[in-house]
Design a protein around this ligand. Structure first.
Ligand SMILES: [Zn+2]
Length: 429
């Protein structure tokens, strides 16, 4: 199925030689390329002579021919939605939504932000109200299995340890894990924009951290029967805080990469693939993206220091910049992730299709094209509000943000179904 032939390859190689000042533009084609390369004094010594280069490419082509054919561009292997975990009284309605709506919409992956809102056996006195029992988590997992949906649990394992003036449950119980005890939420709360306090972060190098978070991760993985785990890591503005006795003075990219790698190792030991948000791996200064969407705190160089088999969830809610391609070229699988702007979500889907369509152009194309396996619709509101809005429950008044998020989800998945050639009933098989 691959269309490259030797003639086409040699023509392109000749073009490269011309571009490199070897041979001449509009050449007659009579002089063998190998001879032209050999006849070029002062040619770049680092470049392979044509014959070995051609042989290497042909060998790669033969190897590629043994691989399975490229995935069809319009059949997305991952079609994901995120929801917050429900309150205990809403578990039944949550499960009914999973069974009814997700197969119809074509969702095959559900990321649930359980965070610290569970009654963990390993942390029985973690503060919080309306906590889910692990039996509730298992009930949700059973509904997902019934619906043919892969369930991925999520926890915030770096930032989001405070919300406005409120300190989150983990730091409330274990204040020693605070990366910046000297920085506290402004009270009364005011938003300081992208250069001021945002939310508390954990100290990734604190010796107590893994003994505390590790067992909680394991409990969620076991209750969900999960083969992947989302560790969060978004919007972490306080990394390698100068006053932290363990991290201060270190390179923030190194501290971040070290933590990512440690989480990855732990998840690998549970046979779980790691998912994480993208923003700390993108340079905000170069891209003009805000401090939430990209790093202004020098963590972005970690992109070259972390394992490549992490699934990157590249959240962009207002527009659709080409950042997913950046991750794909770096060697990561990536899911463009939308929220409340349908135009941006459809723009991200278009990018995924564009990259996936390229898979059939040349024998070497599937490598990058296969790194965009789908899209991820995120929602950041009470799950029951999302569900009530989805069903247009009489009497329920959603906020504009909720309405836009539901609308974005519906339009994104309608477009995916429109482009898919798989009968609907088979989509969640
Ligand atoms: Zn620290």
């Amino acid at each position: 199925m691959f269309s490259v032939n030797r003639r086409g390859f040699l023509q392109r190689a000749a073009g490269l030689l011309v571009a490199a000042g070897i041979g001449r533009a509009g050449g007659d084609g009579a002089l063998p390329l190998e001879a032209r390369a050999e006849a070029a004094p002062g040619a770049e010594p680092a470049r392979l002579p044509i014959r070995p280069r051609a042989a290497a490419l042909m060998a790669k082509k033969e190897e590629a021919a043994k691989s399975p054919p490229a995935e069809p561009w319009n059949e997305l292997p991952i079609r994901a939605l995120s929801l917050y975990s429900p309150f205990p009284q809403d578990v039944a309605a949550f499960c009914a939504f999973v069974r009814d709506a997700l197969p119809k919409e074509g969702v095959n992956t559900l990321v649930v932000m359980f965070d610290y809102r569970c009654r963990f056996v390993s942390q029985p006195d973690l503060p919080g109200k309306k906590l889910l029992s692990l039996a509730d988590v298992r009930t949700i997992a059973a509904a997902c299995r019934e619906a043919g949906v892969t369930l991925i649990p999520e926890m915030n394992l770096l930032a989001h340890q405070s919300e406005q003036i409120e300190i989150g449950p983990l730091l409330a119980k274990y204040p020693q894990l605070d990366e910046s005890p000297d920085l506290n939420p402004p009270n009364p709360w005011r938003s300081g924009g992208e250069f001021d306090f945002y939310s508390k972060c954990l100290c990734p190098r604190h010796p107590d951290l893994f003994p505390i978070i590790g067992p909680m991760m394991d409990e969620l993985i076991d209750a969900c029967g999960a083969s992947a785990f989302h560790v969060g890591l978004d919007e972490a503005w306080i990394v390698a805080h100068p006053q932290c006795p363990r991290c201060g003075g270190s390179d923030p990219a190194e501290v971040f990469a070290e933590y990512v790698t440690r989480l990855h190792t732990r998840l690998a030991s549970k046979k779980c693939r790691m998912w994480m948000w993208s923003d700390r791996l993108i340079d905000a200064n170069k891209t003009g993206l805000f401090a939430w969407q990209a790093s202004r705190n020098n963590t972005h160089r970690a992109i070259d220091q972390i394992p490549k088999d992490i699934m990157i969830c590249d959240w962009k809610y207002e527009d659709a910049p080409p950042t997913p391609s950046y991750f794909a070229v770096k060697g990561f699988d990536v899911l463009p992730s939308s929220c409340y702007n349908a135009g941006a979500a459809l723009g991200q889907l278009e990018q995924v299709y564009l990259v996936r369509k390229n898979a059939s152009r040349a024998f070497f194309s599937p490598t990058i094209s296969s790194r965009m396996p789908g899209v991820f619709a995120t929602t950041w509101m009470n799950a029951q509000d999302f569900i009530d809005t989805y069903y247009a429950k009489p009497g329920f008044q959603p906020t504009d943000n909720t309405k836009n998020t539901v609308d974005t989800f519906k339009r994104l998945f309608a477009e995916i179904r429109k482009n898919s050639s798989t009968p609907k009933a088979e989509k969640t098989a």
